[in-house]
Write a protein that binds this ligand. Structure first.
Ligand SMILES: *Cc1c(COP(=O)(O)O)cnc(C)c1O
Length: 396
């Protein structure tokens, strides 16, 4: 049996999205900046996609939607824009959290070197930050609050609406990386008090290399890519019409089917959590219920995440030890460390992220294979032996 359980890394394109992309490649191949008919046909397709996405996100106007190359670029541009605008008013304090995606954290590092003061809030061990923490951190010179909607490694969902309300009240711009949220849980920029928001199509069965930066009317953007006057002069480069049209179709489909998909995925996730919790000295990372439908992250004491993944792959199960962007490096995940897990425990982590294409039979297969593989690895592990003989203390 083959099980793809790494949907937080990327999702398979849906048939709807793939067909929309192919059609756009054949039918609207013009440059939307051209004044002739072929160009204007592409322009119409571009603006239809923009209007559709604006409506799906609850934005006030289509012009608040800017197309980017993906979630990373949207995060970069949102954060840099608020920093540059803040600096003009002598505001150089930025609030974020310790468990953001590296697209945010590395942008913040760069700003720190340029003299900004970056305050990363602690994350509670359940994988949540609170609006109270944000309220307590905001100062006169705060230029931006940027906090992710749903975490990509553990799946916990932050109280974005309350955090947004605090920022509104204190008149501080609020950005959220909603890459793991849109298409998976309800998101509405207006109701959620969001000023800027990042999206990536390939996390909801759309194509890779395309995303959105939503910026509320009145937000002043700084270019990350310079050149022509596309995207109201804020993001140069000929628009990737096939990908944009396909992203709009994928977003529409995933939001239309959201309730139905949630009703299918959540019981499978619950079964996974219950099954994996039976493995001795294992721990579910992040809040038990306050999470996106499909993401589950566990630590198993005495084993190493990388070996676990390789053996699972041999048994037809594709999962991840955390963020795909950091796999390959042997440092434990910054997300798990931010929850207060010790290094040795954070090393033994497994992220399973399922979606509506998964089946109950696949979940049963996971629940059969993972305990066997954990057992096998523990039997070879010197650390596990120390734990069993009492030379080391169990932590979980
Ligand atoms: C995948 C992801 C990104 C990066 O999006 P890309 O489109 O791959 O650049 C950013 N933030 C989060 C939370 C993600 O899961």
């Amino acid at each position: 049996m083959f099980v793809y359980a790494d949907n937080a890394a990327t999702t398979k394109m849906s048939r709807t999205a793939a067909e929309a992309m192919t059609r756009a490649m054949e039918d609207v191949w013009g440059n939307p900046s051209s004044l002739h008919t072929t160009g204007q046909e592409a322009k119409v397709a571009l603006e239809e996609a923009r209007a559709k996405i604006a409506a799906l996100l609850g934005a006030e106007q289509p012009k608040e939607i800017y197309f980017t190359s993906g979630g990373s670029e949207a995060d970069n541009q949102a954060i840099i824009s608020a920093a540059m605008y803040g600096a003009k008013k002598n505001k150089r304090h930025i609030i974020s959290t310790k468990f953001e995606h590296h697209a945010a954290l590395h942008t913040l590092d760069k700003l720190k070197k340029q003299g900004f003061e970056i305050e990363l809030l602690d994350v509670h061990e359940n994988g949540l930050v609170t609006a109270e923490q944000v309220a307590a951190a905001i100062r006169e010179d705060t230029a931006l609050v940027t906090i992710m909607y749903a975490n990509n490694e553990i799946g916990t969902v932050q109280p974005i609406r309350e955090i947004g309300a605090v920022c509104r009240e204190k008149k501080v711009p609020f950005h959220t990386d909603a890459v793991q949220a849109v298409g998976h849980i309800p998101v509405n920029v207006m109701l959620d008090n969001i000023d800027m928001l990042s999206i990536s199509a390939h996390k909801f069965h759309g194509p890779k290399g395309i995303g959105v930066l939503y910026a509320k009317r009145g937000m002043i953007l700084t270019n990350v890519i310079e050149g022509g006057a596309q995207e109201r002069g804020k993001r140069a480069g000929t628009e990737n019409i096939p990908a944009i049209v396909s992203m709009a179709a994928a977003m529409e489909e995933s939001i239309k089917n959201l309730d139905e998909n949630t009703a299918k995925i959540v019981p499978m996730r619950e079964k996974l959590i219950e099954g994996l919790s039976k493995i001795p000295h294992s721990k579910l990372n992040g809040d038990r219920t306050n999470r996106v439908p499909g993401t589950v992250n566990f630590c198993f004491e005495g084993i190493e995440g990388e070996s676990l993944l390789l053996l699972l792959d041999e048994n037809g199960i594709e999962a991840s030890s955390g963020s795909a962007c950091t796999s390959g490096s042997l440092d434990p995940s910054h997300v798990l460390l931010s929850l207060g897990l010790p290094h040795e425990v954070a090393h033994g982590s497994l992220r399973l992220s399922i979606g509506e294409y998964n089946t109950e039979e696949e979940v049963d297969h996971i629940l059969k294979v993972v305990p066997e593989v954990v057992d096998y690895l523990r039997n070879m592990s010197p650390v596990w032996e120390d734990l069993c003989t009492g030379k080391r203390e169990h932590i979980i």
